[in-house]
Structures are given as C-alpha cells and as structure tokens.
Design a binder for this molecule. Structure first.
Ligand code: GTP
Ligand code: MG
Length: 196
C-alpha cells in the first residue's frame, strides 16, 4: 500500500466521542515508550504526524488519523494495570478496554513489543485478554536496530515459544520493525492492505 495522504482527525479521552464514521480502522497498542507513535510516523512517511517522546506517557488520548481518505489509523496511550480498589484482580485501564470492546470499526490491532525485553507479564496478559474476546491482533516487535542481526530471529522465536507454552495453540502474525533503520514498513503496510 502506498500512503498518499495522512492527516490528524481528532483526539478523545472517551471512546464514545471517537469518529462515528464506519471507516475501517487499525489500532496500535503496547506499553508506554514501546514506539507506537514512531511506528505510525514510519508507516505513513510523516515524521511529525504522531507525537513521540523519549519519556514514557507521551500519548494520553485516543488519536484518530485518516489515511488515504478511506481508513483510520489509531494511536493509543500505553497500557498498564488500572488501580482497582478492593479487588485483587488486575485490570487494564478502562479507556483501553472500552476502546477494544466498543469500537466495531476495528479490523485489527497491532500489539507492539520491544524486541529487547524478555516476555513481560503485562504484554502476555493483554494479548490473552484480547484473545479471550476474539479481538484480532498481530504482534509488531519494535526497535530491532537495538539487536544484532543474528540475534533477531532467535529472540523472536524465543518470545513466540513462551506464548506457545502458555495459552496459545498458534501464534499470531508477527512483524519485526525498526523506525531508525526503516525496517518492516512494507510488510506491515502490505498486511494492512490485505485486511482492508
Ligand atoms: P507513549 O506515547 O509514551 O506510550 O510512547 P510510544 O509507544 O508512542 O513511543 P514513541 O514512539 O514516543 O517512542 C518512544 C521512544 O523510543 C522515543 O525516544 C523513540 O525515538 C524511540 N524509538 C521508537 N522506535 C524506535 C526504533 O525503532 N528504534 C530505536 N532505537 N528507538 C526507537
Ligand atoms: Mg505515543
């Protein structure tokens, strides 16, 4: 897919205020600082479309961008566990869960994982939460430039094996990306196009 146009539409704190249009949408989600906004800029070829920062917590709202006038790309804040009083159960923040439960336009979510880190409980639990609700998602490993070329495939295989040893019978589609080395852009865009 060639991104011919990309523009910011609106930021919202509540899912109910998000665009009412029925345009198909794709969301980018993951822990804070994993590289969601940077990846969106790489995919669209617009350096400043989504705001990025070295400090975690830059993206605080649900941000809609219109791409090629026919689909929405959504930049979400990083996920974490909400502080639920009097409950021991861990829950994700409600604006994240409401987005995924309510947004009928969502075609696929991309869950971003920093390739340098051992599998983290919060990412595995988020993907399990998505799986249990049959919300389609793929994995995007980010910051591949931080590993040597020979370490990339073994690291990804080790990650996916942890999923297979857990609840997963098969692993989701995955991509390996770097925004500094411009890696994985065509693969992710081709996949997006195949789902549209
Ligand atoms: P929040 O909005 O805070 O949740 O963060 P985010 O997931 O949107 O991350 P963001 O795109 O703002 O990037 C966080 C930091 O990681 C920035 O300092 C980026 O420059 C850096 N970064 C993002 N992608 C890459 C990458 O592929 N390689 C390297 N080396 N750094 C990256
Ligand atoms: Mg961001």
């Amino acid at each position: 897919m060639r991104v011919k146009s990309a523009s910011f539409v609106i930021s919202n704190a509540k899912v109910s205020d998000c665009p009412k249009s029925s345009l198909p949408e794709f969301a980018f989600i993951g822990r804070s600082n994993v590289g969601k906004s940077s990846l969106i800029n790489m995919l669209t070829g617009r350096k400043q479309l989504a705001k990025t920062s070295g400090k975690p917590g830059k993206t605080q709202l649900i941000n809609h961008f219109l791409i090629n006038k026919n689909w929405h790309l959504v930049d979400l804040p990083g996920y974490g566990y909400a502080h639920v009083s009097k409950k021991t159960k861990k829950e994700f923040q409600s604006y994240i869960t409401s987005y995924f439960l309510e947004r009928k336009q969502l075609i696929n979510a991309f869950v971003l994982i920093d390739i340098r880190h051992e599998p983290q409980a919060i990412d595995l639990e988020f993907m399990e939460w998505m799986g249990a609700r049959q919300i389609p998602f793929s994995i995007i490993f980010t910051k591949a430039d931080k590993l040597s070329e020979s370490n990339i495939d073994p690291t990804v295989s080790a990650y996916l094996n942890v999923m297979l040893e857990g609840i997963w019978a098969e692993t989701p589609q995955h991509f390996i990306t770097s925004t500094t080395a411009i890696k994985g852009k065509e693969e992710v865009l081709a996949y997006l196009e195949s789902l549209l």
